[in-house]
Design a protein around this ligand. Sequence first.
Ligand code: SF4
Length: 338
Amino acid sequence: MAATATWERTDAGYTGVEPTADWAREVRRLADERDAVLLAHNYQLPEIQDVAHHTGDSLALSRIAANSSASTIVFCGVHFMAETAKILGPEKTVLIPDARAGCSLADSITADELRAWKAEHPGAVVVSYVNTTAEVKAETDICCTSSNAVDVVRSIPADRDVLFCPDQFLGAHVKRETGRENLHIWAGECHVHAGINGPELADRAAANPDADLFIHPECGCATSALYLAGEGIVAKERVKILSTGDMLTAAKETGARSVLVATEVGMLHQLRRAAPEIDFRAVNDRASCRYMKMITPAALLRCLREGADEVHVPADVADRARASVERMIAIGKPGGGE
Ligand code: SF4
């Protein structure tokens, strides 16, 4: 690839670079030159997943980042994920190809809002999903992933109030599983997952009677999937509520020939790679995260050429946030969250 290859900055991301074989070679060469490890989230564009050294869910990638011998982490995902990598590996340089790649779920609660909520419930234990900013994690007692959210809440004495944020669908799932009345839920949501709805799921399930249903608990349809199972409309054993990491494990173990997947569509690439013999279909083809898709071939090339955008977390915030993340890792099966 010509050393002069350029890109254009647009509101939707950096454009103007095609993901050719030359591009992939140049990306890997520049990564070696920077002593960088390339990490890609399961919702990234297929070409970004394919060029990365590792793909996975947010927590698995943060752990790889912390244990890697590379001095630089290039995190192809959204901003809170790169922040978590920095929290767990503060001595490393952490880069994200486009710092504008945010997250509507993480943005649904700020540290100030959480402080005000805590003031209304003195003595309550704060449990936050990993899709939160470093500042919110610093105000949190225990972080959780979708895999261990139920175990985290069960670890809290029954007489203590719990503040659960920011995802209302995951919160509803935890409340249902634990039967806990003193669990208060923040009304946040991810615009992508909220767009996958119950009626659509019911239609797709009826049209594909032999398919398994893999559902991420942040989906607006998680509640209706459990309802459909409870009513016998869909056989209980067909409905699987899974984090993205657990979906890959389930894909290798299911006997089903086809699977309907309710989460961001980028996940289909990893599932098809893991189990090519299975017909994986999205419940909603439009469930694509525009923030995840801001990590374009052009953005990654620019990141490696220019060493940008660097992610910083103030040391005091990182120290407090790290404590809540480490408590999460100590409880139950952390899995991978989103
Ligand atoms: S899919 Fe939703 S929760 Fe995930 S990064 Fe995008 S906006 Fe955030």
